[in-house]
Design a protein around this ligand. Structure first.
Ligand code: ZN
Length: 239
């Protein structure tokens, strides 16, 4: 009991010390923009505003998605914030593979701008991240789509409905596969555990990158089978 109280008393001192240390470290090594290496302002996170402003944004529904194998889209609409370009590719690479998880916050800010533009997105009942297989998530330490959902939810109040849509088998990474191989690679790879929780809902399906759309469509089809009413896709980049 005494030990517990001692710990409790020590906590504010430790918090203060941590803040002091962070301030000293930031004075000696000020945080720099990951793209242009200029010094970041207090409110900037990983990337400076100038760099964000230089990356052209899309902000309109993607109308030219040709799903491989003549698949019909199971989703109603899809948006990507950015078209593929070297800067945004670098950002996504850092976010996905180099553990810069804090990039989820600024990326979500732009995804929310899309949500604000489209009433169907704004009125959606929930955000569903494209799941990773457990093994992949353990290797990476996080699911980047879930991190995006969590940040979007903080800004919009739309709840995150994660853990229901599952990836039931590990799939080969889509990066080096042809369009048709991508389709077969993700076929029957997803399932919904508790359809009752999603029935009749309108869902925003969130992923980091949209390439051929095969993964997103496989998820959307599974959600449709589970009784989801409408599925709206939202991604950061159209690759
Ligand atoms: Zn910059």
């Amino acid at each position: 009991m005494q030990r517990f109280q001692f710990k409790k008393q020590l906590k504010p001192v430790l918090n203060w010390f941590q803040l002091f240390l962070t301030t000293v470290v930031e004075l000696i090594y000020p945080p720099l923009c990951l793209l242009c290496q200029s010094r970041l302002q207090q409110e900037e996170n990983c990337i400076c505003q100038k760099c964000w402003d230089l990356i052209p944004k899309l902000f309109h529904p993607l109308v030219d998605i040709n799903l491989p194998g003549k698949q019909k889209p199971a989703f109603s609409r899809a948006y990507a914030v950015w078209n593929f370009n070297p800067q945004i590719q670098q950002v996504i690479h850092l976010f996905k593979y180099s553990r810069f998880t804090q990039l989820a916050q600024p990326l979500a800010v732009y995804m929310v701008e899309v949500i604000r533009l489209d009433t169907d997105y704004e009125m959606a009942d929930g955000l569903v991240p494209v799941p990773l297989h457990d093994t992949r998530e353990r290797e990476r330490g996080y699911n980047q789509s879930l991190l995006l959902c969590a940040e979007i939810s903080k800004l919009t109040g739309i709840p995150v409905l994660s853990g229901n849509l599952k990836r039931t088998r590990p799939t080969e990474t889509q990066t080096n596969l042809s369009a048709l191989k991508r389709l077969y690679n993700v076929k029957d790879a997803f399932s919904v555990c508790k359809p009752d929780l999603l029935k009749g809902k309108n869902i925003i399906l969130v992923d980091d990158v949209l390439t051929t759309g095969s993964t997103l469509n496989a998820c959307a089809r599974e959600l449709k089978n589970a009784g989801v009413n409408k599925i709206y896709v939202l991604t950061t980049v159209r690759a």
